[in-house]
Design a protein around this ligand. Sequence first.
Ligand code: OSB
Ligand code: MG
Length: 369
Amino acid sequence: MLIKQIEIRELRMRLLHPFETSFGVTQDRHIVLVKVSDGANTGWGEVTAGEGPFYSYETKETAWYVLHEFIIPNVIGKELSGPSDFGAMVRGIRGHNMAKTGVETALWDLDAKIKNVPLWKVLGGTRERIDCGVSIGIQPTIDKLLAKIDTEVRAGYRRIKIKIKPGWDVEVIRQVREAFPKIRLMGDANSAYTLADVDIFKKMDKYDIMMFEQPLHHEDIIDHAELQRQIETPICLDESIHSADDARKAIKIGACRIINVKLGRVGGHREVKAVHDVCRDNGVPVWCGGMLESGIGRAHNIALSSLENFSLPGDVSASKRYWSEDIIDPPVEVSAEGQISQRDGAGIGYRVKEDLIERFTVRSQAFTA
Ligand code: OSB
Ligand code: MG
């Protein structure tokens, strides 16, 4: 495929509810989208960087800069035999995986559209329906959290993840478990603890928690291995894993028993597949993480979740949990059984609402071969 045009856009989209983690609160999302075209077909991708450098060092602003200054000049006007060629074109650019992912995923969508097949099939997926969980932010009170969990459990979601941080952990987990004795429950700390907090995790061990996600430093695997030796609940890594090689090393030293896979964090579909394969070969299940995406990033997450080793419910949930109006049609819907069905259409399989995207756009830039 010949890449004739690339367009980047920054959209402003307000989340229906503020989302609070151990690193801060988000409500107004600034979403960078990438559109690639070969002249006949178009592919769409999303940059999942945050508004500030809190989850990772990337932001929508660093992504915009790296995209127009370094990534796009390497791709525009080039003939690719397929989306897997992209890696070599950006090999010299260190890091900035979220910026790269915007283009990489758009190329996969474009390729699948040219071939007129669904993206999930091009990726080699087999799961026609994926199991969904939800990620619930830190709430003002435990009662509000219990009410939110009740809503999501009734909606059919198959796993509840709550955010934890020092002071919002043992007692919260205890009360949630008391109110919901049977749900699949997990806690995500987003790196809010250190090894000195091991007793907090030992206390939470007795509440039958599926996993603790990224309890320690965002670049660490050594201390995670030590923590995993001291507690029974499996550790799941998120922030620390940027590649299949990171996954291999983390598994080798016993830093985790589960991995959360995010497109933007690892650099696109090709690396997702590589992480997935390393984990599968080592008996480590994976699940698809979320970054409060618009429908475009969400559609890519649904497609990749079709791979066989995505055997645990992910953070991929319905559009209506985030947006009053999503930029894809139809919006992502979750069945009463807590599942999302793959789509039959070509590429991501959802129609992109370009008129709505235009209304949400605060800046755009086009590059032509
Ligand atoms: O750690 O998984 C995380 C959102 C933003 C940044 C990091 C994370 C999250 C979530 C939300 O947990 C998942 C979602 O519903 O998109
Ligand atoms: Mg996480």
